[in-house]
Ligand binder design. Structure first.
Ligand SMILES: [Zn+2]
Length: 301
């Protein structure tokens, strides 16, 4: 089975005020939507997170990250949106961001995904949190909120529903992908906003690709234990070499089985590990490297 989308995938590099980022041509056509995938060029951080590091870390100063974020949000024209982000834990858990008293709050369902309780029971289990929740899917249908996912090799996925004006941002590493994080995101949009999968647009940003993503036998086994068909996501250049995981193919399969037409799925053709001139790569540069951000928000009317 081939999961590669049929639509050509245009992710031109955008420029504003001397800062560059990647945007999806398909998402840019929605006038109410703001989005972008950051690049590493144009920031003030020093080694080992040299460039536009957008993640707070011991190896970088808070002031540098705040200045980088200010530049990125200003270039995108989203500085008036309130940032919503997560403690990313490689799960398939979802949270809905909402505005409460001029600040972002997070509504987390106790369980998410196709097996979760829906309706009144799900609502009673939901908890509203002021601090960043542990989850890997953020959704909203409210203007004024900027959903953000931080990555340095993991796959960021942005989803928009042009009919219901709802959005999602997804963090998909191998563990989240194994747990069905992308399928869970589409399910959450349907549950929270009555989104129809057939209407959704999805943009898969830069990530480590199968050219570079060697994984151990335990990863291959974990995927195979879920379904023998998952073997299709592992490549081996020759019988003796370690397996390489095709994270994009695995998540395209989830989008496909969720019912999003392939013509509405767009993939940025960049490997973060191959292109450390453009991106931070945890695999290539180590844990102290910087973090990119994928952001999506509904503009204030
Ligand atoms: Zn590569």
């Amino acid at each position: 089975m081939v999961y590669w989308p049929l639509a050509s995938s245009h992710f031109p590099i955008q420029t504003n005020e001397g800062l560059e980022w990647l945007g999806s041509e398909a998402l840019r056509r929605l006038p109410w939507l703001r989005h972008g995938f950051s690049l590493r060029c144009g920031g003030v951080s020093a080694r080992p997170a040299e460039g536009l590091n957008l993640g707070f870390a011991h190896a970088d100063s808070r002031e540098a990250v705040e200045e980088n974020r200010r530049r990125f949000f200003h270039a995108l024209g989203v500085e008036n949106l309130l940032l919503a982000d997560l403690q990313q834990v490689h799960s398939a858990r979802a949270c809905r961001a909402t505005l409460a008293g001029g600040a972002v709050a997070y509504v987390s369902a106790a369980r998410s995904g196709p097996d979760a309780a829906t309706g009144p029971l799900a609502e009673t289990r939901a908890a509203t949190l002021q601090s960043k929740p542990e989850a890997d899917i953020l959704t909203t249908n409210e203007p004024g909120i900027l959903l953000a996912i931080r990555t340095a090799d993991c796959l960021p996925i942005l989803i928009a529903d042009p009919e219901r004006r709802a959005i999602a941002a997804v963090h998909a590493g191998w563990r989240g992908t194994l747990e069905g994080v992308t399928e869970a995101a589409v399910f959450e949009m349907a549950r929270s906003f009555a989104s129809k999968p057939a209407s959704l647009l999805a943009a898969l940003g830069p990530s480590i690709r199968s050219c570079c993503y060697e994984v151990g036998p335990e990863v291959e086994e974990a995927f195979r234990n879920r379904s023998p068909e998952n073997q299709a996501f592992f490549l081996r250049p020759n019988p003796e070499s370690r397996a390489r995981l095709d994270l994009v193919a695995a998540n395209l399969a989830q989008l496909d089985s969720s019912g999003i037409p392939s013509s509405q799925i767009h993939v940025a053709d960049f490997c973060t590990a191959c292109r450390t001139d453009l991106f931070f790569s945890h695999r290539k540069e180590g844990a102290l490297t910087g973090r990119m951000m994928a952001v999506i928000g509904i503009a204030q009317p």
